[in-house]
Every structure is written in structure tokens, then in C-alpha cells.
Unconditional design. Structure first.
Length: 375
């Protein structure tokens, strides 16, 4: 059976985890955590990066830094993972869903302004498949209405928009290092903070509401509880596993891109015939080969395709069920305007296997896809 995903392993994960153990500090903010933070800062140019226990927690931390309060409204697409909404619902916010663009599956930037009310405090663009939203327009709208922007860049590590790393354009950015992502620590994430003045507060909230980080740097002679917070620090063992991959991030990027390009070139014929649709990447966007998907005619055709591939020992999967159609989505959110594309496009999309070091497995998947359409 060809798996849909295989967590990345680059070779030094166990060595670095053993080294972390030998340092007698495997809790949060250890040696490898700091190396990962620095890698993100150096690679993206962000003022401050902090590893977290998940991208969910990174988004929760961003919601706290945005001072989200009960009754506030937050705009985001419905076509996203539940964590995007949960982080703000936990603060008492109402989620306002906006339709997506059918080409990129990202939030339609032209519809955001109509969804803004006097209760709106933030916009949360989700960079689907590591392809950026139209961030210039979104930032212009945010500036006009004095709104915060939290980039859900869970899938966007190493992706760019007009030369800027995803996660660095808005006020805050959130990365995922889940086992399904390009770079993994099993469960984990990071928050990126554009304005350095927010760094101290972020460290305090992340460190259970204490100023322990300042104490460890020798900035205060003792640490204490100074604000409401939680524990968003991952184990240094997880960070050690991740750092082995970040060290060779370009190697992983190139390998995945090679597989992505193989798919894209192979399926050009089917696309030109109008049999399927393939991913669209705007000129101003540099993606990271996080996923490769095709779109079929409808949900019935997609189900038939997934079943066929499984019968032929290849796992393919559909993706998000739109949040506004879920019980919690109806309770905590509202869809602004018409659902023209969100549901329709979500029912057409199917993701093909894509992971580090696939090699010739890509050719096997391509062959089976063609056999399906020949049958």
C-alpha cells in the first residue's frame, strides 16, 4: 500500500535527540528549541519566532496577543482546519466565514471588506497548500479598518509571497510541524511575531504567565507570575527531531518540489483535455510543494476515484469539510455572503500521496491515475 503521507526523516533525528538527553534538559526552551527558533528567524527575517506545542497553540497564542474578547468578530475562510476557528472561539469570538477563490482555494480577498462590521477585530488568511493568499489586498483592508492579521501558514513553511516568507506579512504567523507537514516534530508549531515589542508578552503567555524567559537571560533576578498564560512549550526532544530537518530544509524542499513537478507535468494532458483541474499558483507566489491535488467533476466522481485508488493500493484523501456546515460552525460562526465555491470546490478536491523521499513511487501513482481515467 502506498501511504498518503510518510513523516519526514532526514538522518540525524535520533542523534540530536540523544544529544538533547545528554544535555540533561529535555523540557521546553532547551538547546534545540533555541536553534529552531533561530533558524526560523534567520530564514524568514521575522523579528521573533517561538516554537509551540502545535500550530493550534500558536494560533491560540496569537489570539491572546490580539486581545480577542467575547463578542469580537474574526474573519476567515470556512475551508480550513478546525484549529483556525477554535483559537478564536475559545476567546469568545464569533467567526465570520467568507467564501474562497476556486483557483487557489484561499479566502477571496475581494469579499472580506463586505464582511467587516464594527465588531471585527482580525482577519485570518489561510495559505492553502502553501500557496499564499493575496496578502497586499488583505493588509490594505486591515490597515484601513485597523484590524489585526493572523496568518495561518500551517502549510506554508518555506513558501513566499512577492519574496516575503509566509507568516511574516501579518501581525502574527503560525506554522505547523505536525507529522503531515514538510518538516515535522510529530506534534508542534511556531508563532512568528512581526513587531519585536510583542515578544516579551508572547514569551510570558507561552511560559505559563511568568517572566521565566527574562530570568533565564539574566534580565531579572527571580521570576514570578506576571500575567495570565498557559504552557505552549514543546519538549526539547521534539525540537531536536525537528532541527535535524530544518538543517537540510532546502534538500527536503527540492525533493518534494521534484515530486510535485512530476505530478504537474504528467497531468498536464488530462488538464488540457478538461478531465481534471490541477493546482494554480499565482505568479507572485512561491509555494513549497506541501500538497498535490486534483479536482474531479463532483463528490460522486471523487468517491469513485478514491475507492479505485485504494483498491489499487494507493491511499488518496479528500480534505476539509467546510466549517460552516459543521455543528460547531453553525453555533460559533456565520457565513457572510454566498457560499458560491466553498462547498462545491471542497467536494471536488482529492489529495495525492506526497512526502519526502518518494522517489519512483510518484510514477506508480501517476500510472494508476491514468488507468482510472482510461477505465
Amino acid at each position: 500500500m502506498i501511504s498518503f503521507n510518510v513523516p519526514p526523516v532526514t538522518g540525524k533525528e535520533i542523534i540530536y535527540m540523544q544529544d538533547a538527553i545528554s544535555r540533561n534538559k529535555i523540557c521546553g526552551d532547551g538547546y534545540y528549541t533555541k536553534l529552531c527558533n533561530k533558524w526560523i528567524e534567520d530564514t524568514t527575517g521575522i523579528a521573533k519566532a517561538l516554537l509551540t506545542t502545535s500550530c493550534t497553540h500558536a494560533t491560540e497564542l496569537a489570539a491572546i496577543l490580539c486581545d480577542i474578547k467575547p463578542g469580537d468578530e474574526v474573519i476567515m475562510p470556512s475551508y480550513t482546519f478546525v484549529s483556525t476557528a477554535d483559537a478564536f472561539v475559545l476567546r469568545g469570538a464569533k467567526v465570520v466565514f467568507v467564501d474562497i477563490r476556486p483557483d487557489t482555494m484561499n479566502i477571496d480577498e475581494k469579499l472580506i471588506e463586505n464582511a467587516i462590521t464594527d465588531k471585527t477585530v482580525a482577519i485570518v488568511p489561510v495559505h492553502y497548500a502553501g500557496v499564499s493568499c493575496e496578502m497586499d489586498t488583505i493588509m490594505e483592508i486591515a490597515g484601513k479598518y485597523n484590524l489585526k492579521v493572523v496568518e495561518d501558514a500551517a502549510q506554508g513553511v518555506m513558501s513566499k509571497y512577492k519574496g516575503k516568507s509566509l507568516g511574516t506579512i501579518g501581525d502574527y504567523g503560525c506554522y505547523s510541524f505536525h507529522e503531515t507537514k514538510n518538516y515535522s516534530m510529530g506534534e508542534g508549531g511556531a508563532i512568528l511575531i512581526r513587531d519585536a515589542k510583542d515578544s516579551d508578552r508572547a514569551e510570558i503567555v507561552r511560559e505559563k504567565g511568568t517572566d521565566r524567559s527574562r530570568f533565564l537571560r539574566g534580565q531579572v533576578d527571580k521570576y514570578t507570575w506576571v500575567a495570565a498564560g498557559s504552557s505552549y512549550l514543546p519538549s526539547d526532544l521534539n525540537a531536536a527531531y525537528l532541527y535535524a530537518q530544518l538543517e537540510v530544509a532546502q534538500q527536503v524542499f527540492d525533493d518534494r518540489m521534484n515530486s510535485w513537478n512530476k505530478y504537474n507535468e504528467a497531468f498536464k494532458y488530462l488538464k488540457d483535455k478538461g478531465v481534471i483541474e490541477t493546482p494554480f499558483v499565482p505568479e507572485e507566489c512561491e509555494h513549497n510543494a506541501h500538497m498535490y491535488y486534483i479536482k474531479l467533476d463532483n463528490i460522486e466522481e471523487r468517491t469513485k476515484f478514491i475507492n479505485y485508488m485504494k483498491e489499487n493500493d494507493i491511499l488518496t484523501v479528500f480534505h476539509y469539510i467546510p466549517l460552516h456546515s459543521a455543528p460547531a460552525g453553525r453555533e460559533y460562526g456565520v457565513f457572510a455572503g454566498e457560499d458560491k465555491y466553498t462547498t462545491k470546490e471542497s467536494e471536488r478536491i482529492v489529495r495525492l500521496p506526497l512526502y519526502y523521499n518518494m522517489g519512483e513511487t510518484v510514477d506508480e501513482v501517476i500510472s494508476k491515475v491514468y488507468k482510472y481515467f482510461e477505465s
